[in-house]
Write a protein that binds this ligand. Structure first.
Ligand code: CMP
Length: 226
């Protein structure tokens, strides 16, 4: 994908005029990351914004024992790294490439200038940050109020809503995360993920084919667990 097409796929930049898109393209650079490489670490100083061109990344917080919680998985068209640029504090989380990824980067000065020059970019950024806050509120509710089965179901529903393809009432999630990553999203163990998914399969709620995960009657599944 060339740089102009990439910028057009980023929701916060999608309504910009041609000349502003060209301006972003001129100031940004492409960077490649191999699978599992660390893009940056929590607590590092940060001076650039990243936009995902290809691949996926996970946003994680880790404790002193190396136990990890996944805050989000982001894919093409998503951005990250804006928080340290906006408040000047260190990076709030670690970001790791889940696949071989190509990212487009913009430095702090250019990003702030873009926000100051373009009210549409500023408003879209606030909309996306609001969406992330709503999602984080849901995660807090899930982690604090639900049992393990409910938490696993919620993570599956979240993935379906964000990246599933719906067809005849079924939702197919391609590139379904690894069981350990699901566990780190649901705040549970890999064993619980395995057991719960098998239980859902026995009940006929879901199926797995290779890397794809299928929810058979999505609305019904959603109603059962929300
Ligand atoms: P920054 O703090 O610079 O570095 C880590 C990045 O992870 C942060 O900016 C955000 O872009 C992203 N991030 C942090 N928390 C979340 C979250 N709950 N959901 C999605 N993205 C997040």
């Amino acid at each position: 994908m060339d740089k102009i097409d990439l910028i057009r796929t980023v929701p916060i930049f999608s309504e910009l005029e041609e000349s502003t898109v060209q301006q972003i393209v001129d100031i940004g650079l492409k960077r490649k990351y191999t699978k599992n490489s660390i893009i940056f670490l929590e607590e590092e100083a940060g001076a650039i914004l990243f936009i995902i061109s290809t691949g996926k990344v996970k946003i994680v917080r880790t404790d002193d024992d190396g136990k990890e919680v996944i805050l989000s998985i982001l894919g093409p068209g998503d951005f990250f790294g804006e928080m340290a640029l906006l408040d000047g504090l260190p990076r709030s989380a670690t970001v790791v490439a889940l696949d071989e990824s190509e990212l487009f980067v913009i430095n702090r000065r250019e990003f702030i200038k873009l926000l100051e020059d373009s009210p549409q970019v500023a408003t879209s950024l606030l909309r996306e940050l609001t969406r992330r806050l709503r999602r984080a509120d849901e995660q807090i509710e899930n982690l604090s109020l639900r049992d393990a089965v409910g938490r696993v179901a919620s993570v599956i529903i979240q993935l379906a809503d964000e990246s599933g393809k719906i067809r005849k009432g079924q939702v197919v999630i391609d590139d379904f995360p690894l069981q350990q990553d699901l566990a780190n999203m649901a705040g549970t163990s890999r064993e619980t993920i395995s057991r719960t998914i098998h239980q859902f399969m026995r009940l006929g709620y879901v199926n797995q084919k290779g890397n794809s995960f299928i929810i058979n009657e999505y609305e019904k599944f959603k109603n059962l667990f929300s």
